[in-house]
Design a protein around this ligand. Structure first.
Ligand SMILES: O=C(CO)COP(=O)(O)O
Length: 251
């Protein structure tokens, strides 16, 4: 068995209504045995659809997850959901620290870390997002920013079974632009070394996904890069044909 099974996660963001279960159905149909053995697929719909999607995906081996959670188990946090609630619906993972949460809702590394810890408490896998802005990259600070996000948001005791990292350069999200393969290789190699230093052998089991404008047209090139263990896909995960084509890179 490979040290790290490739993982392709779809982040639907604030898109999807009940009727979108049909699209999930098409994904399940296309996730046949030849793909299942090679790559793990997951879909994170908006919170309103988690329960429905978990029922639709039952027995399909596609994981269903959430896009965020509150770090607390329950309480007076109007509008929020907890990791325990996601697990209760049948969810298996939760995205934390996404750049849209960091930018729009001013979430900090410490909050992302607390959410990753909440995910572990509830038995979920946390998909923890990090990545530099365009200004930071142009300033030559991309690696420094990644380092500070890693130290601030990766929880103690992380393992390959409770944490996945996602490198998402903020400027590549929804823009149709991606870093060069050398730039992605540099950041992923850097994160891999950081995980080795922090967690030793266990660090080798933690997957590092790339996210930001991944499409069927660039997936082959991106997913072949050293230390890229899969993708976190936004727009292209909304259509079964595109999402399956990305995952099929591993077939
Ligand atoms: O933010 C992303 C996934 O979390 C990436 O979004 P896009 O694939 O639409 O660029």
């Amino acid at each position: 068995m490979a040290l790290r099974t490739p993982l392709v996660v779809g982040n639907w963001k604030m898109n999807g209504l009940k009727a979108s279960a049909a699209e999930l159905g098409r994904m399940i149909e296309g996730y046949g045995p030849e793909l299942r053995w090679k790559v793990q697929m997951a879909v994170c719909p908006p919170a309103t659809l988690i329960q429905t999607f978990c029922v639709v995906a039952l027995g399909s081996r596609i994981w269903i997850g959430a896009q965020d959670c509150n770090a607390q188990q329950s309480g007076a946090f109007t509008g929020d959901i907890s990791a325990e609630m996601i697990a209760d619906c049948g969810g298996g993972l939760v995205i934390v620290g996404h750049s849209e949460r960091r930018t729009i809702y001013a979430e900090t590394d410490a909050e992302a870390r607390a959410k990753a810890e909440a995910a572990r408490r509830a038995g979920l896998v946390a998909v923890l997002c990090i990545g530099e802005t365009e200004a930071e990259r142009l300033d030559g600070r991309a690696i420094a920013v990644i380092d500070s996000q890693l130290s601030g948001s990766v929880p103690d005791g992380a393992t390959g079974s409770n944490l996945v990292l996602a490198y998402e350069p903020v400027w590549a999200i929804g823009s149709g632009r991606t870093p060069t393969t050398a730039e992605i290789a540099e950041v992923h190699g850097h994160i891999r070394k950081w995980l080795d230093r922090r967690f030793g052998k266990e660090g080798e089991r933690i997957r590092i996904l790339y996210g930001g404008s991944v499409k069927p047209a660039n997936a082959v090139e991106i997913l072949a890069i050293d230390n890229v263990d899969g993708a976190l896909v936004g727009g292209a995960s909304l259509k079964a044909a595109d999402f399956l084509a990305i995952a099929a890179t591993y077939a």
